[in-house]
Unconditional design. Structure first.
Length: 382
């Protein structure tokens, strides 16, 4: 299913189901009391369907929850395609996959997920989706002893189906929203999560491949750099360094990357889009990448968790809403962002105000980008 179909299903079916449940449970809602003095859970199940990068952003909050409730098993309900990215990092005890290629797969995998969850005794459910109505219903149908999640002006009805809920504030760092939600169950001490599989390396340590990621989900393709911008960046890096330049991406990005290799034509430029599974790709960039240049996308957040120096380029999203600046855990992070009147627009509008003509990216000054590239090269390549 494409993104528009998913949005339609979530909006139409999700809202209908929420209204139905609210009417069905109206007597209970009127006299419901906030659940207090709960026994510690045996299982805590997080729900995050869209955006594996968001799971990495939430990893500190999830890890802090594990530290608060060390006896509880931590699980995540997420897309099947994210499984290979999450298994190696050791954050979860189990991953409950949802398949969404077809509506039938969505239904059958959800039923399987309910069956798996049903075997988990004394369970709590944490819905980390900020905008989905269907995940709210999923949380309800999981019949946990405690369910919690977000609501906002566009989905205020969700609040009535949660035992704990907070407003998702789109004007602050997203991690603060995750923290605020978990604070409602006593997770107040913060811990930093770093995957044991990828120990932090010192800035500038070998190897010396430059990883470039100009791929993102269909949620907002306006995040991507234009082909002329990519060509100019590649030619500049090939001129200024002796490093191999690696074009990263999913299988769907292969042809676009191949076009770049044909235009630039340099044997130090390599296209690995779709060459590796997600977990093998993570191992590859950890072993070989000295730094990453990326748009706002999951690979950026994964590279940051590895401690890889990074330069990210932003347009329809705001880095101050996504990136935690912490020199201790993120040795080198730099950003390029020139705010437009319509930015950020992701999650604010279903359709970008520019109609897809991403001026927030196209209007970026290449001299500024090259200046930032010089600083990244100096910090990461010896």
């Amino acid at each position: 299913m494409n993104l528009q179909t998913k949005r339609f299903i979530d909006s139409f079916l999700g809202v209908s189901l929420i209204v139905f449940h609210l009417l069905l449970n109206l007597p209970i809602q009127l006299f419901r009391r906030k659940k207090e003095n709960l026994t510690d859970p045996d299982h805590i199940i997080f729900i995050k369907i869209l955006g594996v990068g968001s799971i990495f952003l939430a990893s500190d909050t999830i890890y802090s929850t594990r530290k608060k409730y060390p006896a509880a098993k931590i699980s995540v309900v997420t897309l099947h395609s994210f499984r290979s990215a999450l298994e190696p990092i050791g954050l979860f005890d189990s991953i409950i996959p949802i398949k969404d290629k077809t509506f039938l797969q969505l239904i059958t995998s959800s039923v399987n997920a309910f069956y798996t969850i049903g075997k988990m005794k004394n369970r709590w459910v944490v819905d980390l989706e900020a905008h989905s109505r269907l995940t709210t219903i999923f949380s309800f149908w999981a019949f946990p002893s405690l369910k919690m999640g977000f609501y906002n002006d566009l989905s205020s009805m969700r609040k009535r189906l949660f035992d704990r809920s907070v407003v998702f504030d789109m004007d602050v760092l997203v991690i603060k929203n995750y923290d605020a939600l978990l604070e409602s169950i006593g997770v107040t001490e913060k811990f930093y999560f770093h995957p044991d599989r990828y120990p932090h390396r010192r800035t500038g340590k070998k190897p010396d491949q430059i990883i470039i990621n100009n791929t993102c989900t269909a949620l907002s393709l306006e995040r991507k750099l234009t082909q002329p911008m990519m060509v100019e960046i590649l030619e500049y890096l090939l001129e200024k360094t002796r490093s191999r330049i690696i074009l990263s991406g999913a299988p769907s990005d292969f042809n676009e990357n191949e076009d770049l290799t044909r235009i630039v034509q340099n044997n130090r430029l390599e296209n690995i889009a779709g060459k590796y599974s997600f977990s093998d790709w993570m191992d590859y960039i950890y072993r070989n990448g000295c730094c990453m240049i990326s748009v706002d996308s999951a690979p950026l957040h994964i590279a940051r968790k590895m401690g890889m120096p990074n330069l990210s380029i932003w347009g329809p999203t705001d880095p101050d809403h996504r990136l935690l600046y912490d020199a201790k855990h993120y040795p080198y992070t730099d950003t390029i962002y020139v705010k437009k009147a319509c930015s950020p627009c992701v999650h604010v509008h279903n359709h970008p105000p520019c109609g897809g003509d991403n001026i927030c990216i196209k209007d970026l000054d290449m001299k500024m980008i090259k200046s930032k590239l010089d600083k990244l090269i100096k910090a990461s390549i010896k």
